[in-house]
Ligand binder design. Sequence first.
Ligand code: BGO
Length: 274
Amino acid sequence: MALKFALAGNPNCGKTTMFNALTGSNQYVGNWPGVTVEKKEGKMKGKFGSSDTIVTDLPGIYSLSPYTLEEVVSRDYILGENPDVIIDLVDATNIERNLYLTTQLIETGVPVVIALNMADLLKKRGIRVDTERLGSILGCEVVPTSALRGEGLDKLAKQAAITGAENSHALPPEIFSKELEAAIKNVEMILPASIPQQKRRWYAIKILENDSKVSAQLSLSDSQLKVIAAERAAIEKKEDSDMESIVTDARYAFIQKAVKAAVKKSGEKLTTSD
Ligand code: BGO
């Protein structure tokens, strides 16, 4: 069966360049249903693998929150249309900011391959990335690429095909406090049975964050909502903050640790612990 690759990443990470390089002239441009956000799809060039593979270019986004049309379009596609794999473009010269989206993509239950794009600029900028280390921390494969120069695309497309065909649903790393991880598990247990196992963590986190779109979509009962509100209130009281900030701060703390372990700027050494 034809595989579906979804390209995701921050604005300016090189997504358009990558999409054009992977698909060439086999592209169709339209709009996402009901909104004026451009939708680009294309068939992958035969030289990168099966030319039946459909590549969908998602809008450039910083997060999977419900606040912009682009974010909503992207998350509806990822959660609702079941792509086989997300190719997450990370601008290698701006790793810390780009990985914020990555921490959310790996929770969606869709397998992720990271394209560490703009890798051609790393040497000049005195940055070294231990891609294996980064991949093992995030729980996904990391392939250095230069969409501009067409480097690494072959390896990326092959890895995406392998990861997509494996369809493995390895759980993402636990990045929150013990209490919040326990709350996520409790909420996961009361979510409707219709939500597949691998997507439950994403929904549980979103509902704990009080994401209005997810709450409306799940039409939870009063008793379910009560349990969730109690879990949320307990964590917010303990941390003396609101849930969205708690989740955001934890993501950045996790990213900082990952970057410290796997990214070296001139003169720095990679850490060996954590
Ligand atoms: C300009 N390496 C390098 N060095 N540059 C890259 C790579 C890469 O791997 N990939 C993309 N770029 P988009 P989004 C530009 O347009 O694909 C460059 O938003 C310029 N333009 O060429 O558009 C790419 O779709 C004038 O750069 O990103 C583009 O994700 C001067 O990154 C930019 C310098 O790529 C954004 C750059 C008139």
